[in-house]
Design a protein around this ligand. Structure first.
Ligand code: PRT
Length: 101
């Protein structure tokens, strides 16, 4: 499953410095981090609405995940590092982690 996400991340990386008229990703990235954050927030709101309405949830979830990936790239954060972080969390439950803080 994460292979599909990594392919998408590579596509997003490939869109850096590409023609923003031909690529939505390039147009987002060329707007910088704040544009990506604004758009990601918009997509979160649309997903929340979809969850409340119980309609278009899969579509809006996909939009949101795509926009998170673009925003991480804009912030120079490697998605591979996020996957590693999640992998590392498998060792203990969320409740254990919270109690050990
Ligand atoms: N997964 C996505 C993806 N999900 C959502 N979107 C775009 O995100 C935008 C979301 O905008 P909204 O939902 O707000 O709809 P809208 O009102 O039309 O958009 P705005 O006018 O508000 O910007 C739409 O233009 C969608 O097409 C995506 N655009 C690209 N990808 C992936 O990125 C690849 C590269 O795309 P380009 O960069 O466009 O070549 C694609 O092949 C896909 O794999």
């Amino acid at each position: 499953m994460s292979e599909n996400l990594l392919n998408l991340v590579n596509t997003i990386r490939d869109r850096k410095n590409k023609d923003e008229d031909k690529s939505y990703t390039s147009s987002l990235l060329s707007g910088g981090l704040s544009k990506c954050i604004d758009k990601m927030e918009e997509e979160f709101d649309e997903l929340k609405e979809a969850l409340n309405d119980k309609s278009n949830i899969v579509h809006e979830a996909a939009d949101t995940i795509y926009h998170i990936l673009v925003t991480l790239e804009a912030a120079d954060i490697k998605f591979e590092d996020v996957l590693k972080e999640l992998e590392g969390r498998k060792k203990q439950s969320g409740i254990e982690e919270k109690n050990n803080r």
